[in-house]
Design a protein around this ligand. Structure first.
Ligand SMILES: NC(=O)c1ccc[n+]([C@@H]2O[C@H](COP(=O)([O-])OP(=O)(O)OC[C@H]3O[C@@H](n4cnc5c(N)ncnc54)[C@H](OP(=O)(O)O)[C@@H]3O)[C@@H](O)[C@H]2O)c1
Length: 261
């Protein structure tokens, strides 16, 4: 009889211990989740190299949860090494954009940086393959539009509601000195699309800007460019941090100077 009572006491103690361990573990998980949730989230397209990779590095250092996209995620080793969540995305492919939005599930996104872009080297009016211009529009103009549209539900859940389109001074009609038909036109179209987004989404508290990063030493900018990616991106982030809702729809460079359309 006494042995039975002792066994019962032992069993009860064990059950209490297991219950406590489970609930304590649950509490720890909750704290970890809350900790994660407290971090703002940024999605950066074309984050496997160049400005996108440096944006991922500096946003991560600022305490952001970084979702960086790459066309070939398995090759995006530097991005993964930063601790970013790496997601496959081809901005010219609507299905790929939809799939990304689905994989993000209920994730709230505070900042979207549409950075992915191409610059196709081309000749003057007599050499240029006019049909190939469409590719620049697909990536540089329609890509950011596709991604912004698909991630709108995620951005609506976010606190900052900031959309940054990495454009170029070369998309300024006022400052066009010739050449680069496809690139200039596709960035000018991006600028216009962003202005429309700013007008439509302003009422919901969105800030949508186009930002010129300066001439930067990346694969696109080449080795003779004026700025390092670090210099350009620290400027871009300073500008982003200083933006107010009144800035929505405007065109800035990395130093905060406003550029003419
Ligand atoms: N560097 C400059 O001097 C300069 C000046 C003004 C504006 N910008 C703008 O800054 C942005 C970044 O340029 P960057 O200098 O970092 O260029 P970059 O070194 O050539 O990198 C371009 C990035 O865009 C990605 N990308 C290209 N096509 C894509 C597509 N269809 N879908 C998804 N991603 C795609 C590339 O991915 P892959 O590795 O798969 O090709 C790469 O990650 C661009 O929008 C560019 O127009 C740059």
């Amino acid at each position: 009889m006494r042995r039975d009572a002792a066994a019962l006491r032992l069993l009860t103690a064990l059950l209490v211990a297991v219950a406590c361990a489970t609930s304590c573990h649950g509490a720890e998980e909750k704290i970890a989740e809350q900790g994660d949730d407290a971090r703002p989230t940024v999605v950066i397209t074309g984050a496997n190299r160049g400005l996108g990779l440096e944006l991922a590095r500096q946003f991560g250092a600022k305490g952001y949860r970084v979702v960086g996209t790459a066309r070939k995620p398995e090759a995006a080793k530097e991005l993964r090494a930063l601790g970013a969540r790496v997601e496959q995305l081809d901005v010219a492919d609507s299905e790929s954009v939809r799939a990304l939005a689905a994989r993000l599930g209920e994730l709230s996104v505070d900042v979207l940086v549409n950075n992915a872009g191409i610059l196709v080297r081309e000749g003057g009016i007599e050499e240029i393959d006019v049909d190939s211009i469409a590719r620049s529009f697909e990536v540089n103009s329609l890509g950011p539009m596709r991604v912004t549209q698909a991630l709108l539900p995620h951005l609506r859940l976010g606190k900052k509601k900031l959309v940054v389109q990495i454009t170029s001074r070369m998309g300024s009609i006022a400052q066009n000195e010739g050449g680069y038909y496809a690139y200039r036109a596709s960035k000018a179209a991006l600028n216009m699309l962003n202005r429309s987004l700013a007008a439509e989404l302003g009422g919901e508290g969105f800030t949508c800007v186009v930002l010129h990063p300066g001439w930067v030493r990346t694969d696109m900018g080449g080795p003779n460019a004026r700025l390092s990616p670090e210099e350009s991106v620290s400027g871009i982030i300073r500008v982003m941090d200083g933006l107010t809702r009144e800035d929505s729809g405007r065109f800035f460079d990395h130093s905060g100077e406003e550029l003419p359309w």
